[in-house]
Design a protein around this ligand. Structure first.
Ligand SMILES: Nc1ncnc2c1ncn2[C@@H]1O[C@H](COP(=O)(O)OP(=O)(O)OP(=O)(O)O)[C@@H](O)[C@H]1O
Length: 376
């Protein structure tokens, strides 16, 4: 049974619909990331679950019970915001004790819980420090400890790492994930950082304009995006997107990119006539392009920019027909700007999108990359 269910939730602010028919089913102990650009409705979903907003339409069920009309303090849901919001005039210990006192937890149990959560977040020994005497990372750990001490049934995290520098972010992200696994608390985290979502979430819900575009595991979303938006939002460096048209050459169906004909098998029932001239977009990720010598790849392209990233380099190239294509190169043999390369597409990794609907074309399979000469 799902622990938390959002059923057909819609929400309007001042006449503008900011969430449309949102559905989510979250299992017990799952770590869910809500990922999307600014204004896509991520925080509103969190506030609805926390009880700080009410849906116009739809239900929220926790352990099978409808909670959408309950006030926040009746929901047993913990909320961590991006600003640490600790009481500055209280010590670490007092900050954690505050919520426990409100819940009328007895003194001995309170001491035990404080000891337990401080150990959990690695802050044992700092009980008597004031919030302002702590680093940003330590303050955020106290915020998390304070919420975890209340034994929430669901933990909501709204961009909890966004005020931390890149290195600390990475460290706290690992700690937070390990902590969540240890406690087994169902957790929903808002982020606009795709790397954070990919590394932390058991499943990710990708939002655009208040609509969940896709809900699945990080690899499902990365390898099988349902549309151009999801394909483009996940992946750094981003996926290459190349405009092309459906073609038929010597009774073979396919698309051509920079004069290379990629053979595409249509599903049974698809009509060849409809395929001809169909506007498509071919998507290929930089790591799915192998760098070869000129003439040895699917197509040739000239290196324009090389971006060194330490363990690898990004090679931005341009084909004779003007397409920019980025490939990931291992550091052993990094090409130079001006050099011509052969780019070998792993055709089985190519995705085809319908340019009109922007949806992934699921009824087609790319079976080969043939040079133009082979088919003309
Ligand atoms: N209380 C409110 N009154 C009016 N409009 C609101 C209110 N809360 C949110 N909105 C609007 O709803 C939309 C979604 O906002 P929300 O904060 O959920 O997005 P978000 O994806 O979390 O964005 P961000 O990443 O910038 O925090 C935005 O257009 C926002 O301006």
């Amino acid at each position: 049974m799902s622990h938390l269910i959002l059923e057909n939730i819609s929400k309007t602010f001042r006449g503008t619909e900011v969430l449309t028919d949102v559905k989510l089913q979250v299992g017990i102990g799952e770590f869910i990331c809500l990922l999307g650009p600014s204004g896509s409705g991520k925080s509103t979903i969190l506030r609805l679950i926390g009880g700080f907003e009410q849906p116009d339409v739809g239900y929220i069920l926790l352990d099978g019970e409808q909670i959408q009309d309950q006030p926040p303090n009746k929901r047993n849901i913990g909320f961590v915001f991006q600003d640490y919001a600790l009481f500055p005039h209280m010590t670490v210990e007092e900050n954690i004790a505050f919520g426990l006192k409100c819940k009328k937890i007895d003194k001995q149990q309170m001491q035990e819980r404080i000891r337990f959560v401080l150990n959990l977040v690695g802050l044992t020994g700092l009980e008597k420090r004031y919030a302002k005497q702590l680093s940003g990372g330590q303050q955020q750990r106290v915020t998390i400890a304070r919420v975890v001490a209340l034994h929430p049934s669901v933990l909501l995290l709204d961009e909890p790492l966004s005020n931390l520098d890149a290195k600390l972010r990475r460290q706290i992200r690992l700690e937070l994930r390990a902590l969540q696994k240890k406690l087994g608390t169902t957790t929903i985290m808002v982020t606009h950082d795709q790397e954070e979502a990919m590394t932390m979430g058991d499943r990710i819900a990708v939002l655009q304009n208040g609509v969940i575009q896709q809900f699945g595991t990080p690899l499902e979303l990365y390898n099988h995006p349902v549309n151009l938006f999801v394909a483009g939002f996940l992946g750094d460096p981003p996926i290459n997107l190349l405009e092309c048209k459906g073609e038929v050459r010597q009774e073979k169906t396919g698309v051509s990119v920079s004069n290379v004909f990629f053979n595409v098998e249509l599903s049974a029932g698809s009509r060849i006539g409809e395929w001809k001239e169909k506007s498509c977009i071919l998507g290929i990720r930089p790591e799915d392009i192998e760098i070869k010598s000129p003439g040895e790849g699917s197509l040739d392209a000239v290196v324009e920019i090389v971006e060194h990233m330490g363990s690898s380099a990004l090679i931005y190239t341009r084909t004779a027909s003007g397409n920019q294509i980025c490939a990931l190169s291992p550091t052993k043999r990094i090409p130079e700007p001006g050099q011509t390369l052969g780019l070998l597409f792993q055709y089985e990794k190519c995705l085809l999108f319908d340019a009109e609907t922007t949806k992934t074309m699921k009824d087609v399979v790319m079976t080969a990359a043939l040079t133009a000469e082979a088919t003309v």
